[in-house]
Design a protein around this ligand. Structure first.
Ligand SMILES: Nc1ncnc2c1ncn2[C@@H]1O[C@H](COP(=O)(O)OP(=O)(O)OP(=O)(O)O)[C@@H](O)[C@H]1O
Length: 790
């Protein structure tokens, strides 16, 4: 399986033909190129020599009979086969296609566009062959035998007229679909030509006439002129002016006409041209360079192999304890009988930690009656964690889940190696664990689109978070997903520090990517909101509805990076202890989280929030409403279960990764996969040891709330480093708090305060969201002047 993963990672990074490596491609490419060239030369030579070689063509192996073809017998035979017996001179196209295939392989270009070229190349060959077979049937070399025969057959069935119609139709298909030539193109072409000619005429006409009139004028001199002449002159002059005006009017009119004509036309031409140009441009770039590959910067990145994970089941899988099954069955039947509930049928499904007994009660028994016996059945089975599902949705049976005496661990290895996970075509696939029927349960985080996770301490939350992160590490390249990790407990997620420059995102100028400080969480959440707004803006510009469409368009090189477009990785925000955050920061955290949860699904930001205390003041209505997907590990009370799932049941779980998952409607019982810290460490070590990006993914800068507080303009209260800070800002002409943090080695809050004071002093402009503030003082002289005059 490990192998399959590595091959998968390889195939992800390369679009390889039958798995050929670069060298093999060059050799094969050269081979095809020369074969194509040989064919071309043979065909060319065949045109002149075929008559001479024709009578001896069957004597290929007779060395005494020479051949006139440049490639001798071989060439003559190929020419005979492809041109005479085949498709006529259209065979040249074949040799060109073979050469081109060689070049594609040699230069390692995308094979998809090659396939397209072949398709249309063969299509064109067919049309040419049939066309020439029809119009030049007396020259067999032109249309070839195939062209001739096809025409013959066509003539028999649809007659000559029908054949012409078919040829024309096939030709039009080629023009429209392949060459994208439409009648509109042609009329536009003629019109623009006509307009150009008109303009040219207009340009040359007045020049010629002016010259003629000048000639006339020079024949008269002022002296010779009588008053009548002068009057005449004036007339002539007027006429001349008028003439000129006329002409200029004409010209204007002509221009107007041509303009209005071309306006109409141009508008159409321009829009169609522009669109097609962009399309054609992007198509050309894609043809030449292939699609944009976001993984290119880390193209040698290797996904971790599954060997890094431990196999807790040691290949044995779950063991079925027949005795236990029988005992439980008897107890269930007995207990129900005690309450006069007869059972028509009973069936057991053995899961990794829980066995599901499905019963069909006798006719006329009320379901609620069984449901009410939950505690009694639990008592009689003397087992924790009995859950009764009455009825099982979509099945018409009643389920009683009974924990096994010897639960088996579901290893991360077993779920990660399952074909369900390996072949998952999901944006953010997560292999959570196994369901009651022992099937691997894989879901797409992108579809959830946010996840709320709760469970009392020690019931498997942290393991669950690790399972989610590990799943993504096994499936997604660092270019495709970034994590923002919030870990107030400071210990749970530290291991992921090693992959900071691969997979983590952080605020600019912060040291640690994993956020352990609650005040920084607020900035990060707000920064994510800014990122969200920026991404929405990009989506709007690209005229797409979600990140998937956006990235597809970007990969197809239809979005220009010069216009701010970039490949957008998914961002997964993980908050390990949400209760702690809400307690300390309250609304400041709740508002951006709710905003992200409401809006971020389309732009690829997904939240995972875990808490030990699923009480209503932590999981507020606003949070709950925006987190349809929820996971409950074992909780201590029914109320907690209701808070998290809107249903009971989580209080009856057995712990150690036993969990309930809901995505809005059905509640599914799952055994969470188990991944231990050493395993996660191995994976992060493996990834961390590989080439990384120069830095972690940068989130947009967010300047804290304090910048919005009333400006403090008193000079005495200014920071000691106020003047130094002003100097730094004015010299760099960049009003950012992070610049001060770096240059003056200040903490975030102090730098923010100084920026406020600089704003109050009129040195920098007001807060502008993600952008740096404007610096209002142009140079040091102006600054000194300003400070002196204060
Ligand atoms: N899926 C699982 N399969 C088997 N055992 C598990 C599983 N998940 C957790 N456990 C066991 O439960 C213990 C506690 O798990 P975990 O640390 O995830 O709990 P937690 O809910 O995060 O606790 P806390 O909130 O105190 O950090 C683990 O050390 C492990 O022994």
């Amino acid at each position: 399986m490990a192998k399959s993963k590595t091959t998968k990672s390889k195939s992800k990074s390369k679009s390889s033909l039958f798995g050929l490596n670069q060298r093999q491609k060059i050799v094969l490419g050269s081979f095809f190129f020369f074969v194509g060239l040989a064919l071309f030369i043979s065909f060319l030579s065949f045109i002149w020599t075929w008559q001479a070689d024709h009578s001896t063509i069957n004597e290929v192996f007779n060395r005494d009979i020479p051949s006139k073809n440049l490639l001798s017998k071989f060439g003559a035979y190929l020419g005979h086969f492809f041109i005479y017996k085949g498709i006529g001179i259209a065979a040249f196209n074949f040799s060109i296609l073979v050469m081109m295939s060689g070049l594609y392989l040699f230069l390692n270009l995308k094979q998809i566009s090659l396939a397209k070229r072949w398709f249309w190349g063969l299509y064109l060959m067919l049309i040419i062959s049939i066309g020439l077979g029809f119009f030049a049937s007396s020259h067999p070399v032109l249309g070839g035998m195939i062209g001739y025969e096809l025409n013959d057959i066509a003539a028999d069935f649809i007659g000559k007229t029908g054949t012409i119609l078919v040829i024309c139709f096939l030709f039009i298909i080629y023009l429209v679909v392949r060459l994208k030539i439409t009648p509109k193109h042609i009329t536009n072409l003629f019109r623009s030509k006509a307009v150009a000619e008109d303009l040219q005429d207009l340009k040359t006409e007045p020049e010629q006439k002016d010259a003629e009139e000048l000639k006339v004028e020079t024949n008269f001199t002022e002296k010779d002129k009588t008053p009548a002449d002068q009057a005449n002159d004036a007339e002539i002059e007027n006429a001349f002016v008028l003439n000129n005006e006329d002409k200029s009017f004409d010209k204007q009119e002509n221009n107007n006409i041509s303009n209005s004509e071309s306006d109409e036309v141009k508008m159409e031409v321009e829009t169609t041209n522009e669109d097609e140009e962009v399309d054609e441009k992007s198509q050309k770039i894609v043809e030449n360079f292939g699609e944009f590959d976001p993984t290119l910067e880390l193209k040698n990145f290797k996904f971790p192999s599954l060997d890094l994970l431990k196999d807790y089941t040691k290949g044995t899988g779950i063991t079925i304890n027949e005795k236990e099954l029988e005992q439980n069955k008897n107890k269930i039947v007995e207990t129900l009988n005690n309450y006069k509930i007869g059972i028509a049928q009973i069936k057991a499904t053995v899961g990794p930690t829980v066995t599901l007994y499905e019963i069909i009660p006798d006719a006329g028994i009320r379901i609620s009656k069984i449901k009410n016996l939950e505690d009694d059945i639990a008592l009689s089975l003397s087992a924790l964690g009995i859950r009764i599902i009455a009825p099982i949705p979509g099945k018409g049976t009643i389920g009683i889940e009974v924990p096994s005496q010897k639960p088996s661990i579901v290893s991360m290895k077993s779920v990660a190696s399952s074909s369900k996970f390996q072949n998952a075509e999901m944006a953010l696939p997560i292999a959570f664990g196994k369901n009651i029927s022992n099937e691997t349960f894989v879901v797409d985080l992108a579809k959830m689109p946010h996840l709320l996770m709760a469970g009392a301490t020690g019931q498997g939350k942290s393991v669950g978070l690790n399972v989610i992160l590990t799943s993504l590490l096994y499936q997604k390249h660092p270019a495709e997903v970034k994590f923002v990790l919030v870990d107030p407990k400071k210990v749970e997620l530290t291991l992921f520090n090693k992959i900071e420059r691969h997979y983590l995102a952080k605020l600019p100028d912060t040291e640690e990517a994993i956020i352990t400080d609650n005040t920084k969480v607020i900035n990060t959440l707000n920064s994510l909101c800014i990122e969200m707004d920026a991404r929405y803006e990009l989506l709007k510009k690209a005229m797409v509805r979600n990140i998937r469409e956006y990235n597809v368009k970007f990969k197809a090189r239809k979005l220009n990076p010069e216009n701010g477009h970039r490949f957008l990785p998914y961002i997964v925000l993980v908050v390990d202890e949400f209760a702690d955050l809400i307690m300390t920061a309250g609304k400041e955290v709740e508002t951006p989280i709710a905003r992200l949860a409401q809006l971020a699904r389309a732009i690829g930001i997904h939240l995972i929030i875990a808490t030990q205390r699923p009480s209503v003041n932590v999981i507020t209505g606003m949070i709950k409403a925006n987190f349809p997907a929820r996971i409950a590990f074992r909780v201590t009370s029914k109320i907690d279960s209701r808070t998290i799932l809107d249903a009971g049941g989580a209080d009856q779980l057995i712990g150690r990764g036993d969990m309930l998952f809901t995505q809005g409607n059905e509640v599914i019982r799952l055994q969470c996969a188990f991944v231990d810290t050493p395993e996660v460490e191995k994976i992060t070590d493996f990834i961390g040891s590989q080439k990384a990006y120069p830095e972690a993914y940068q989130l947009p800068e967010y300047v804290g709330e304090e910048s919005k507080s009333p400006l403090d303009n008193s000079i005495e209260d200014r920071d000691k480093l106020f003047n130094d800070a002003a100097e730094v800002i004015v010299t760099a002409q960049q009003g950012s708090a992070s610049l001060l943090q770096r240059k003056l080695k200040l903490g975030y809050n102090r730098a923010g305060r100084i920026i406020d004071q600089l704003e109050a002093a009129g040195i920098v402009g007001p807060f502008e969201g993600s952008k740096a503030r404007q610096v209002l003082v142009p140079d040091m002289n102006a600054l000194n002047e300003l400070l002196k005059n204060e």
